[in-house]
Design a protein around this ligand. Structure first.
Ligand code: GLP
Length: 242
């Protein structure tokens, strides 16, 4: 793992966007693995700016999102598909057919998970996977005790994760689904590069365990310690316990 500490969250998210921008300029048809959450909103805002101001071209790339809530239709205001359309896809020149977000409302979810893995493989594999960090150490929705070999599948959300994400559901915990579809830890480890961005003091003690602690399925993100090309970009607040 390489760790870069930036003075502010703004600088950390700007640098993250810059890393993605460089990867896209080097390989315009790259398959990008994308993430959601509050931290990523600023990353996507910077990418939109790069598209508008310096012609960053998304026309040839493909994207695969990490996860989606089960039971939430793609066109629902609360879906990660809607989040991605709003923050990135509708604001850059990417063909919607080239964007993949698991469909959490599909009836044949297990088959869809297998198909998602196949689609990633058919694209040549994820070239660069963007990751956030959950307060319980999850990546994607790989909650504590997810196997390091896990693949895209349906998971049960940790109560802490449901609370952490209540903001996307108008603050109403009852609306937050109990299940999600997520790429597995093994799927994430298959990406050629992983770039994790973590900001804010609330994640400082977990970040220290992810980077300096023992590798353990209790904290899914520690699996990244064995990835050959993992960049962790953090702000000073998140780096506070390192
Ligand atoms: C959700 C997503 C994760 C993301 C996490 C952190 O749980 N499934 O992929 O990393 O949120 O989100 P935030 O940036 O809002 O703290």
């Amino acid at each position: 793992m390489k760790v870069v500490i930036c003075p502010t969250a703004e600088r950390a998210t700007a640098l993250t966007a810059r890393v993605i921008e460089q990867a896209l300029r080097q390989k315009p048809d790259i398959a990008l693995g994308l993430a959601t959450g509050r931290t990523m909103e600023a990353v996507y805002a910077h990418l939109v700016q790069a598209h508008q101001n310096s012609g960053l071209d998304f026309a040839a790339c493909r994207t695969f999102n990490l996860d989606e809530y089960v039971g939430i239709a793609p066109d629902s205001a609360h879906s990660y598909r809607t989040y991605m359309n709003a923050h990135l896809f509708s604001r850059v020149n990417i063909a919607l057919e080239a964007t993949h977000v698991p469909d959490g409302a599909a009836t044949d979810l297990d088959a869809r998970c297998v198909a998602y893995e196949q689609a990633i493989r058919a694209s040549g594999g994820v070239g660069l996977q963007l990751l956030g960090l959950g307060e319980n150490g999850h990546i994607g929705f790989n909650e504590p005790f997810s196997a390091f070999t896990s693949r895209t599948r349906v998971v049960t959300l940790d109560p802490a994760t449901r609370r952490q994400n209540v903001g996307m559901f108008d603050g109403d915990l009852e609306q937050v689904p109990y299940h999600a579809v997520t790429m597995g830890v093994g799927t994430i480890l298959d990406a050629h590069r992983n770039v994790m961005v973590v900001t804010g003091a609330a994640k400082a003690s977990m970040l220290a365990r992810v980077i300096e602690g023992a590798m353990s399925a209790c904290i899914s993100a520690t699996a990244l310690q064995m990835h050959a090309d993992c960049l962790v970009i953090v702000d000073e607040a998140a780096a506070g316990a390192l």
